[in-house]
Design a protein around this ligand. Structure first.
Ligand code: SF4
Length: 397
């Protein structure tokens, strides 16, 4: 499907001009494969099923073998052409475990056999189907597992089955197994979508009970036309940051905060939605179409589309798509307000889908701008205070 020109995210982006200005393409290194288009949950905030883009209705349920083979071939081609030492393949959905362990095993084997690079494979699951036979197969194949969970049973109430029943008990059972000594090596972490109405510290401590090696905190997908649910996301994150940063020993790695501290200290960060490093992530949908960041679907129907397909196009073609170029251009793709912002180098304008406004596209500050300012200022102040204390202590020696 070719996106309607009037819908293209950056109407004023001229790719040849961007290339002439020195914005060279950066090869993709993260490939998100949507191997199953349906989910056994019906979470109220899910951008795939509950927001603007309802394209999943036309998708095959499971990626066909032929599409999976072609996708592996394209990843191998891209890795070989660019001499990539390693790539990451993230199996996603819908709910990827609905594809079946045998099907996933076939795909993993093919990736390891054919891609001329180190391949890290992970699966991002809602955890309801995570049981011993699945984990035993994943251990054999070296597939890491990330689980989505929003806190305790109450906070996780939005993650429910279509009939309204909560999913917490099933997910907790899967997580306990994953955290056990037998499978812990596979445990990638927990992904939690922030609900500003829940208590932040209670939520964080509920996640800690499952011993995650890492926690990803995700702001709910929103944009200037579809505002965030509730307010106070910045304060919510600050409360978790203080609980995490002030712990006597690090209990888990919260990627958002760890990368933020790196940025505050002047280094680069590798998390999408912070800083100015070019994105290297591309999505392959269940039917083989090549897409942008999946969460762009939250903006408008077709926003994530590139019009490219693994059967006909290499990933190099996707590198030249205006949205990829925009997501690799750093500060030059940002709104004037962001370019003039004092914390632009740290914030990076926020996650790309959060900048969307109908009729204008994506050259706007994030709809979470105020929250980002509060969080970044708070983290900077705490790190600066610790550095001052350290420097004083040293000068006394
Ligand atoms: S989104 Fe807001 S905080 Fe971030 S760079 Fe833009 S203006 Fe600054």
């Amino acid at each position: 499907m070719t996106p309607h020109p009037a819908r293209w995210p950056l109407l004023d982006l001229d790719v040849p001009r961007a290339r002439a200005a020195g914005h060279k393409p950066v090869p993709f290194q993260q490939f998100v494969l949507k191997i199953h288009s349906r989910c056994n949950l019906a979470c109220s905030y899910c951008y795939v099923y509950e927001m603007a883009d309802q394209a999943w209705r036309d998708m095959p349920m499971r990626m066909s073998r032929a599409t999976a083979d072609k996708t592996v071939e394209r990843i191998a081609e891209h890795a070989g052409r660019h001499g990539l030492p390693g790539v990451e393949v993230i199996l996603h959905g819908g709910e990827p475990l609905l594809a079946g362990t045998e099907w996933i095993s076939g795909l993993a084997g093919s990736l390891r056999d054919r891609v001329p690079a180190q391949v890290r494979i992970s699966v991002q699951t809602n955890g309801t189907l995570l049981r011993r036979p699945v984990l035993e197969a994943f251990r054999t194949l070296g597939i890491h597992v990330g689980v989505s969970l929003d806190g305790d049973a109450e906070a996780n109430g939005r993650r429910r089955y279509a009939g309204g029943r909560g999913s917490f008990e099933e997910v907790a059972e899967g997580l306990r197994l994953l955290a056990s000594a037998e499978f812990r090596d596979l445990y990638g972490g927990i992904l939690c979508t922030v609900d500003a109405r829940s208590d932040p510290v209670t939520t964080y401590e509920a996640l800690l009970k499952f011993g995650p090696p890492a926690v990803d905190l995700l702001l709910p997908h929103a944009n200037w036309d579809c505002p965030p649910p509730g307010s106070g996301h910045g304060d919510w994150l600050i409360a978790v940051f203080d609980r995490w940063y002030g712990a006597p020993a690090q209990e888990t790695r919260i990627r958002l905060f760890a990368e933020l501290i790196q940025l505050v200290l002047g280094q680069a960060a590798a998390v999408e939605g912070l800083g100015l490093l070019p994105t290297t992530l591309v999505v392959i949908d269940t039917d083989g179409s090549i897409k942008q960041l999946d969460s762009l679907s939250s903006a408008y129907p077709g926003a994530a589309g590139t019009g490219l397909h693994v059967a006909a196009d290499s990933f190099d073609a996707a590198l030249d798509h205006p949205t990829t170029v925009a997501r690799q251009m750093g500060a030059d793709a940002l709104a004037p307000q962001c370019q003039a912002c004092q914390i632009m180098r740290i914030c990076g304008g926020g996650l790309y889908p959060h900048r969307y406004r109908g009729g204008e596209g994506f050259r706007n500050p994030s709809v979470y701008c105020d929250d980002l300012i509060r969080l970044i200022t708070h983290v900077s102040d705490r790190v600066a205070a610790d550095l001052r204390r350290l420097s004083k202590a040293r000068s006394r020696r």
